[in-house]
Design a protein around this ligand. Sequence first.
Ligand code: 4NP
Length: 163
Amino acid sequence: MSRTGVLFVCLGNICRSPLAEGIFLHLARARGLAERFDVDSCGTGAWHVGERADQRSIAVARRHGVELPSIARQLDPASDFERFHWFIAMDRANVRSILTAGGPRERVRLMRSFDPSLAGREMSDLDVPDPYDWHGDGFEDVYQMLLSACRGLLDVLADDLES
Ligand code: 4NP
């Protein structure tokens, strides 16, 4: 049985995309679908390669019972565009970077475009904000955005598996 490749992409691969990866895997496991997906995350930048997720992402995930397995890496056009089917970008800058690197336009999506409560919104309303420089606990807001979007994404991909 072939698995559907899903790559979550942000800038640094330490705050948003590791959280999206962990939440998606958690939801997929709960539905007995984890083995149907090949899930990973990466950054368009290389600053944090080899690092675990930001402590604030790890902490908010843990509060919700979600573990983050990610070790940061940079998008690798030579292998990622073949290995993964879907490229799920956290914001429009990430989309541009993926396309500039030669990514397949028809398989690149914005993360929040899968949030059913945001259906019909402009692209400009769909960025997951970059929380790296935030102080305080905005990471809970990012978690909730990613949870809604990951639920929507999993619903869409689970339907695809059945059809
Ligand atoms: P992320 O956040 O893209 O959600 O992982 C960032 C992390 C680090 C940097 C930028 C964004 N940075 O410039 O180092």
